[in-house]
Every structure is written in structure tokens, then in C-alpha cells.
Write a protein that binds this ligand. Structure first.
Ligand code: HEC
Length: 144
């Protein structure tokens, strides 16, 4: 009887420790940092439009257009996750690059209305990829 009681207590303590210890959070991928930098540039652009600071818009747009790629090892992991969908993922990335480049161009010409329209197109290019790929990406890499 005493032995049984000890076993139950041990089991109980063990379970408490197990459930109280959070699963180690997965190390975020490089891509997340790249995304955060692009998000920050988008905020700068929005502010610069309000101030008609077209050179600022141009510079931030160029930084988005030339955003770094994740390291090769990470690109391989993403590729094996998306498989046959990888072409679509890449095409959304290309669309973001080319629209950011276009935004830099219209900013240089100081055409405010065109800047706003192109900025909206750029935002849509971000959104399209997020809507299609963010959830499966996070589920796979972070179990979220
Ligand atoms: C080709 C696909 C793709 C494109 C295009 C794309 N993103 Fe992302 N973005 C992702 C994925 C995948 C995640 C999720 C990354 C993660 O959770 O680690 C993400 C996450 C983010 C996040 C959240 C980061 C965080 O801290 O959780 C921000 C901000 C972001 N993107 C900004 C942008 C902006 C701004 C653009 C356009 C200028 C853009 N993204 C274009 C795929 C894309």
C-alpha cells in the first residue's frame, strides 16, 4: 500500500514537471528577420509619403527590392516543404521585388498619386504570399 502511494506521487510529480515545462520554442528562421526588416521599411515608406519625402520612399523601396535571401540551407528546407508549390512561392517573391523597384522609380519622379497606387500594389504582393504560405510555413517550422 505504501509502495503504491509512493509510485502514484512520483507519477504525479513527473506529470507536473512535464506539463509545466513549455516545449522549447523553435529557433526562428532567417526569413523572419528579413520579413521584419521589410515590414519596418514599409512603415517608413508610409510615413515618408505623408511628408512627401520622395527620396526616403525611393531608398526604402530599393532596400525592399534588394532584400537579402535566406541562406542556402534554409532555402533548401523551404523548398522541400513547399515542393511543387515552390514555383508559386517564388513568383510571389519576384512580384514583390519588381513592384518595389517600380515604387522606387515613381518615387524618384515625385509622382505622389503613382507612389500611393504602387505602394498599394506592393502591399498586395506581400499579402498574397502571406495568405497562401504563412500558415503552412509556421505550422511546419514552428508547430504553431
Ligand atoms: C514569397 C512569400 C512572401 C512574400 C512575397 C512576403 N512575405 Fe512576409 N512572410 C512570409 C512568410 C512565409 C512569413 C512567416 C515567417 C515566419 O513566421 O517565420 C512572413 C512573415 C512576415 C512578417 C511577420 C514577421 C514576424 O515577426 O512574425 C512581416 C512583418 C512580413 N512578412 C512582411 C512582409 C512585407 C512587408 C512584404 C512585402 C514587401 C512581405 N512580407 C512579402 C512570406 C512572404
Amino acid at each position: 500500500m505504501k509502495k503504491n502511494h509512493t509510485m502514484v506521487s512520483t507519477l504525479f510529480i513527473g506529470l507536473t514537471i512535464l506539463t509545466a515545462t513549455p516545449l522549447a520554442a523553435a529557433e526562428p528562421l532567417e526569413l523572419r528577420k528579413i520579413m521584419q526588416d521589410m515590414g519596418a521599411e514599409m512603415a517608413v515608406i508610409s510615413e515618408a509619403i505623408s511628408r512627401e519625402q520622395w527620396t526616403q520612399v525611393e531608398n526604402s523601396a530599393l532596400r525592399i527590392a534588394d532584400h537579402p535571401r535566406p541562406p542556402m540551407s534554409e532555402r533548401k528546407r523551404i523548398k522541400s516543404l513547399f515542393g511543387s508549390e515552390m514555383g508559386r512561392f517564388k513568383s510571389y517573391d519576384i512580384k514583390t521585388h519588381s513592384t518595389a523597384r517600380e515604387l522606387a522609380k515613381v518615387a524618384a519622379s515625385e509622382d505622389g498619386a503613382a507612389v500611393i497606387a504602387t505602394f498599394a500594389t506592393l502591399q498586395s504582393s506581400c499579402l498574397t504570399c502571406h495568405q497562401n504560405f504563412r500558415k503552412p510555413f509556421q505550422r511546419h517550422f514552428y508547430g504553431e
